[in-house]
Design a protein around this ligand. Structure first.
Ligand code: FAD
Ligand code: ZN
Length: 476
């Protein structure tokens, strides 16, 4: 935004709406890097201003003011998104709407098993709020210490508990939204059943800030399990991992709450960059992290786990296994899994893929795609890990050793994507499982989504945001 009379008037209106302390501009000498740069440091934009409202009414006032001036808005929660959707573009004309000050828990209804909270609440804070009442908010991801519930819903985040509880969408019963016109839709409700017309809630979930601003949500809770046990299993192949998954499903039923797979190279990167972390079962081609949540208690849960792993060893799908003996050991195993994204950051940029496949197709997909990539880019390294129980892999392609990561990305990202996404399509999979579209996969969406679906999406966008001011250039 240049210092035109219009933009000066807009800044004055924004200051009046949220208080001068909560409007930050480059002209005032404010350092906006934390808002303008994404978590992976892959995108760096420039905002006209960062505006930080403290209430839904203030969000509505900001949206109305921007609409009146034809100024685009980029909503942002914890800025942990991985597809370049929550940072401004390079124009210097967009208003970055920082939602972290909307951080109140509005209520917890223990008998109805629901929690209502504002969009800027950090996910971990909400997990703690539920736990304080002996309840569980079953949404969990490695970014939970900084991502916000608004961002989780705007991206329909997945994470490590989807296998049992579904993704963010399935945990959301109601929403409060500020529309592109600056109106407030109060759709907060703790109802499990409500068939009263089109589902507006599900339209805003996963819309990545392109249809409106989520300001609060009512979420489903569950009773805390009596015991949570964790195990690590070494498998020789992805076929073995799938066999273990099916055995675990059969033996543990709804008690199976986590099933994560980690390829050897992904764990090698963790060992290289975080050498202090323990590495049980070193050298396994594939390591599976299993989690069981039990209503009975520690001892029966452990026993069931041990019997499962013995059966898997007998069946030949598991070579070796360890069961965590304590909460601390269990945390250490999860820490290993959660350190993979961080180890990748240390290693340098890679070509990230967040793909979804039928579980049954995963071994075939990996064998074919690994070979195609290695043939075309000899020495290329595959950081393959993810939520195998949901058929969701983070199938990332790292430059050959010694190659410059950013250069490899600049030169080959498009071609690598075509190989991987064509292979995904061949198996009836999706090129975006849980991270969303943002700026990163917008062209892919235009190229690969069914034309009728794209037409309907564009019609919805035009109906809800006729001026095209809500996070423009993202998704569509
Ligand atoms: P932001 O990054 O701030 O924003 C994300 C998008 O949502 C942007 O398009 C933004 O405009 C929009 N947005 C944000 N808040 C609102 C709002 N209130 N209203 C409307 N639009 C809004 N994702 C998974 O699904 N599963 C994982 O396991 C997972 N693991 C991760 C691990 C790490 C270490 C990191 C860094 C990220 C991971 N992610 C994962 C990415 C995930 O998308 C985010 O962590 C999270 O869901 C985004 O929340 P946020 O508050 O940081 O949103
Ligand atoms: Zn993930």
């Amino acid at each position: 935004m240049n210092a035109t009379p219009g933009s000066v008037a807009l800044l004055d209106t924004l200051r009046a709406a949220v208080g001068p302390a909560h409007v930050l501009t480059p002209a005032d000498g404010a350092d906006l890097t934390a808002w303008e740069q994404d978590w992976r440091r892959r995108w760096r934009g420039r905002a006209a201003a960062v505006v930080r409202p403290g209430s839904t009414a203030e969000v509505a006032a900001v949206v109305r003011a921007c609409a009146a001036h034809g100024t685009a808005i980029v909503p942002q929660g914890g800025n942990t998104g991985l597809v370049g959707g929550g940072v401004p573009d390079a124009s210097g004309t967009q208003v970055l709407l920082g939602l972290q000050r909307l951080n109140r828990v509005r209520g917890l209804d223990a008998a109805n098993l629901t929690l209502t909270a504002e969009a800027g609440c950090v996910l971990q804070a909400l997990q703690h709020a539920a736990a304080a009442q002996g309840l569980l908010l079953p949404l969990s991801l490695a970014a939970e210490g900084s991502c916000t519930i608004g961002g989780n819903l705007a991206t329909n985040a997945g994470g490590t508990q989807v296998l049992r509880w579904g993704n963010a969408r399935e945990l959301c019963l109601g929403l409060e939204v500020v529309t592109a016109a600056g109106e407030v839709w109060d759709g907060l409700s703790g109802l499990r059943k409500d068939n009263t017309g089109y589902d507006l809630r599900d339209l805003f979930i996963g819309s990545e800030g392109t249809l409106g601003v989520i300001t609060a949500a009512t979420l489903k809770l569950a009773p805390q399990p009596a015991a949570v046990t964790t195990a690590l299993a070494a498998c020789g192949s992805l076929d073995d991992c799938v066999a273990l998954l099916n055995l675990a499903r059969a033996r543990l039923g709804a008690g199976l709450t986590g099933f994560e797979v980690m390829g050897r190279f992904a764990l090698d990167l963790v060992a290289q960059h975080f050498p202090a972390l323990p590495r049980p079962l070193p050298g396994a081609p594939w390591t599976v992290l299993l989690e069981q949540s039990d209503v009975e208690g520690e001892a029966p849960a452990r026993e069931r786990f041990e019997r499962l792993l013995e059966a898997a060893i007998g069946q030949g799908s598991v070579a070796d296994a360890v069961v965590a003996e304590s909460l601390a050991q269990s945390r250490a195993l999860w820490h290993l899994r959660e350190s993979i994204p961080l180890a990748q950051v240390e290693e340098g940029l890679n070509v990230k893929h967040d793909i979804s496949l039928p579980v049954s197709a995963i071994p075939r997909f990996c064998a074919r795609t690994d070979a195609l990539l290695r043939q075309r880019w000899p020495g290329v390294r595959l950081v393959n890990f993810g939520h195998l129980g949901d058929g969701n892999l983070h199938y990332n392609v790292q430059a050959p050793p010694g190659d410059d990561g950013p250069r490899f990305l600049a030169e080959h990202e498009h071609a690598v994507n075509q190989v991987v996404f064509d292979s995904v399509a061949q198996e009836g999979g999706s090129f975006s499982a849980e991270h969303g579209i943002g700026a990163l996969k917008r062209d892919e969406l235009a190229a690969r989504k069914h034309p009728v679906a794209l037409g309907l999406m564009r019609a919805i966008k035009t109906a809800l945001d006729p001026q095209g001011l809500m996070n423009p250039g993202r998704v569509l």
